[in-house]
Design a protein around this ligand. Structure first.
Ligand SMILES: C[S+](C)CC[C@H](N)C(=O)O
Ligand SMILES: N[C@@H](CCS)C(=O)O
Ligand SMILES: [Zn+2]
Length: 350
C-alpha cells in the first residue's frame, strides 16, 4: 500500500491461491475524511491551463515524457484546493501507446511507474509544506494530516484509440473480452505494484470493458483496491447504450472494487445516475462530472453543447450527497476552483 494510510485487510488462504480483500478500505477512508471525500478535478484541463499542448495520441500522458514538472504542479494545485484523492497522469498512458511513439517496452513501463512516483512525490511535498507552514492541526495532542490517496488512473481502451472513442464505447466486433484483458494486463500489473493506493478505472464506456477489468483483477490477483467509473450521455445508460444497472452489477460482484460511479458526464445527468447506481450496489458511490461540454475527438477540442446548458455544479453537491454519493470531484474542463468549491460545500455540511 502507499504510505500514510492504514488499510484493514483480511487474508483468505485457499488451496490454490492467496487472495487479499479490502472490503472496508473505502468506508474506512471515507470515515477518516469526515464522511465525504474530495476527488481532484480535470487533470488534462489543468495541464493545458499551464501551457501544455496535448494534441498528441498520448494526450496528457505526453507530459510524463516532456514535462513531468507540470504533472507535479497540477497534482499540487489540486492538493492545495483540498483533494483527498489525486489521480495519476496515466489515463492515456499505455505500453502500446508509448511503443507506437518509439519507446521500448522497458521505457514504457518506467513511464507508467513514473506517473505514480510523481503523484506520491507531490503528496510528500504537500505534507512537508503543510508541516512547515503549520497548517496541520492538533487533535488529542497528535498532529493530524489530511488523508490523501494516490489513485493510478487507467483510461479505457477508447482513450488509447485517441479519437474520443471513450464517449461512444463502440470498439467494433474485432475487440473481444480477451483483447481488452490482454491489452491491459501488463499495464494493470505495473500500476498495482507502483506504490499507488488504488487503481481508478475511468470513463468506462461499455459493459464488455467493465467485465474485462473485473476478470483481470481476479486473474492477476491484484492486491490493491480499485474503483470503476462509467460515463453516460443520456443519464440512463452508459455511453455505449449498455444499461448502467448491468455495468454496476459487474463492479458490485468484484471484490477488489471498493467504489463505483460516474465520471466525465454532464452534471445534469448525475442525480438520476446516483439513484440508479444506489439500487444495484451498497458500495460507496463516486461522481466527478465534466463541465457539460462535448468533446470533439477529431479536433481534440471541447465545444459548448447545443440546447442544454450545465451551470457550475458545485451548488448541486449537497443534493448529490443526499442522493447517496460520498466521493465528489470534477473531470474534464473543471479546475482547482471547482474542487475548492466542492471542499467548501462539503465542509459547510459537516
Ligand atoms: C477524456 S478525452 C477528452 C481524452 C482524450 C481523447 N482520448 C483523445 O485522445 O482525443
Ligand atoms: N483523469 C483524467 C480523466 C479524463 S476523462 C483527466 O482528468 O484528465
Ligand atoms: Zn474527463
Amino acid at each position: 500500500m502507499g504510505s500514510g494510510n492504514v488499510v484493514e485487510t483480511t487474508t483468505t488462504t485457499t488451496t490454490t491461491a492467496t487472495t487479499t480483500t479490502s472490503s472496508t478500505f473505502m468506508s474506512d477512508f471515507i470515515g477518516k475524511c469526515g464522511g465525504n471525500v474530495v476527488i481532484d478535478g480535470g487533470f488534462a484541463t489543468e495541464l493545458e491551463r499551464h501551457g501544455a499542448d496535448l494534441n498528441d495520441p498520448l494526450w496528457s500522458a505526453k507530459c510524463l515524457v516532456d514535462s513531468p514538472h507540470l504533472v507535479r504542479r497540477v497534482h499540487l494545485d489540486y492538493l492545495d484546493a483540498g483533494a483527498n484523492i489525486i489521480l495519476t497522469a496515466s489515463y492515456q498512458a499505455t505500453i502500446q501507446g508509448f511503443e507506437a511513439k518509439g519507446f521500448s517496452k522497458e521505457e514504457a513501463e518506467a513511464l507508467l511507474r513514473k506517473s505514480v512516483e510523481i503523484a506520491c512525490e507531490a503528496r510528500e511535498i504537500y505534507y512537508d509544506r503543510c508541516t512547515k507552514d503549520s497548517w496541520d492541526f492538533m487533535e488529542n495532542g497528535r498532529t493530524s494530516r489530511r488523508p490523501i490517496l494516490v489513485a493510478a488512473s487507467v483510461g479505457s481502451y477508447g482513450a488509447y484509440l485517441a479519437d474520443g472513442s471513450e464517449y461512444s464505447g463502440n470498439y467494433g466486433d474485432a475487440i473481444t473480452l480477451e483483447t481488452l484483458k490482454d491489452f491491459n494486463r501488463r499495464r494493470v500489473q505495473i500500476l498495482a505494484n507502483s506504490g499507488a493506493d488504488l487503481i481508478a478505472f475511468e470513463t468506462i464506456p461499455n459493459k464488455l470493458e467493465a467485465k474485462a477489468y473485473a476478470e483481470l483483477l481476479e486473474e492477476e490477483g491484484i492486491e490493491i483496491p480499485a474503483w470503476f467509473s462509467f460515463n453516460s450521455k443520456d443519464g440512463i445508460n452508459v455511453v455505449s447504450g449498455d444499461p448502467i444497472s448491468e455495468c454496476v452489477s459487474i463492479a458490485d460482484s468484484c471484490k477488489q472494487v471498493v467504489a463505483v460511479g460516474i465520471n466525465c458526464t454532464p452534471p445534469r445527468f448525475i442525480h438520476g445516475l446516483i439513484t440508479s447506481i444506489r439500487k444495484v450496489t451498497s458500495k460507496p458511490v463516486l461522481i466527478y462530472p465534466n463541465s457539460g461540454e462535448t468533446y470533439d475527438g477529431q479536433t481534440k477540442q471541447w465545444v459548448k453543447s447545443s440546447g442544454n446548458v450545465d451551470e457550475d455544479f458545485v451548488s448541486y453537491i449537497v443534493k448529490w450527497r443526499e442522493a447517496g454519493a460520498s466521493l465528489f470531484g470534477g473531470c474534464c474542463r473543471t479546475t482547482p476552483k471547482t474542487i475548492r468549491g466542492i471542499a467548501t460545500a462539503l465542509s459547510d455540511k459537516n
